[in-house]
Each structure stands twice: as structure tokens, then as C-alpha cells.
Design a binder for this molecule. Sequence first.
Ligand SMILES: O=P(O)(O)OC[C@H]1O[C@H](OP(=O)(O)OP(=O)(O)O)[C@H](O)[C@@H]1O
Ligand SMILES: O=c1cc[nH]c(=O)[nH]1
Ligand SMILES: [Mg+2]
Length: 207
Amino acid sequence: MVSVVTHPLVQHKLTLMRDVRTGVKEFRELASEVSLLLAYEAMRDLELTTETLETPIQQGDFPVLTGKKLALVAILRAGLIMTEAIVTLVPAAKVGHIGLYRDPETLLPVAYYNKLPADIAERRVFVTDPMLATGGSASAAIQSLKDAGAQNITLMCILAAPEGVAVIERDHPDVHIVVAAVDSHLNDHGYIVPGLGDAGDRIYGTK
Ligand SMILES: O=P(O)(O)OC[C@H]1O[C@H](OP(=O)(O)OP(=O)(O)O)[C@H](O)[C@@H]1O
Ligand SMILES: O=c1cc[nH]c(=O)[nH]1
Ligand SMILES: [Mg+2]
């Protein structure tokens, strides 16, 4: 299942991210803001229960999260900015990191780091990566989460290519994808068109 978050605030901020004139500071801020808005959609089915308390006016039953365990897992590097924003909404969530980079020649993911919460199998998992291009990185990250026992996984991306969405749907049909937009296609270098360029480089100013 793919949910495209068409909310005007998300679409406006994504357009600012696409603009080649947007510098590192503003790009980072926008990536954080879009991540929070994506989380609003991705987490809309979190379970609620009620708690009885007194407001200054009267006693009542009010909704609170059930406290079901959550994990946020960043695909390094670029996914880090998303988990750092989203953890402010769910401060009890554990945070995992999966280090992958995409080989520029083969476009295949190369794994270099993996540190997940020990009880990941018991947690609902939200994987973050701003870009879903060929889908190789996200598919490999989701596979390593499943190998560690994770069962309930949502993939949160800012921008996707149809090719990447198809790969996740093929490899992990159980995974819900939440994304701000699905663009036209990939170019010969595996970049999303029209896209927003290299997310990691734009977040960290490495180009
Ligand atoms: O869907 P794919 O074709 O695998 O491409 C997407 C991946 O490429 C980018 O990471 P990159 O390899 O540039 O690493 P970085 O985050 O360290 O910059 C991006 O953040 C994704 O992880
Ligand atoms: O367009 C793309 C594709 C992969 N990774 C990025 O950062 N951008
Ligand atoms: Mg990059």
C-alpha cells in the first residue's frame, strides 16, 4: 500500500526542497518539517486507550496512546534527519540505524553499519529515508529488519520513483509506504526525475 500525502503544506515544502536555489540550512529545516507531517499520516492508526483525569473544570475520560512499543530506523545518512525530527513526536520510541550507501556504478546498496533495538521484533517499526529511487537500499534495509524479527514495518520517504515503489511492492508487499510524492522516473544515473537531487549531499552540504 502506498499513501501519498497530498496535504498542501507538504506539497509546498517539497517544492521548496526541489528548488536548486534552496541552501543547506533551509533544506534541512524543510526535511525535518516534511518528516513531521509525514509522521502525522504514517502514525494515524496508532492505538489509543482512555485515561481518566481531571481538567481544571471537571473529570473525564480522555484519549492517550496505548504505549505500544515503537522503533524509528534511519537509513544512513539521509534518513537520520527524518528520525531526529520524528522522535520529538514519539520520545519513547527506540531508534535504530542501518548504514547503506548506493554504489554509484552498480546502483546496488552496500551495507556498512547495523544497530537495532534489541527488542525490535516486538516493536512497530518506521523506517526513514528521504529518497526511494531504485528501491535497492530500502528493500535491503527492510530485509535486515525482517531478519531481526520485525513484522510491522512502515517505510517513510519524502520522494519516490515509480521504480522504487514497484521494488518495495514486489519484495515487501506487507510494507506500507508513506511518501510526499511519486515522481516521473529515474535517469541513467539512478536519480529521481524531476526529483530534488542528492538528499544526503543537500542535507549535509557535502557537494
Ligand atoms: O533507492 P536507491 O536506488 O537505493 O537510492 C536511494 C538511496 O540513495 C541515497 O543514499 P546514498 O547512497 O546517497 O547515501 P547517503 O544517504 O549516505 O548520501 C538515499 O538516501 C537512499 O538511501
Ligand atoms: O534522486 C536521488 C536518488 C538517490 N538518492 C538521492 O539522494 N537522490
Ligand atoms: Mg546521498
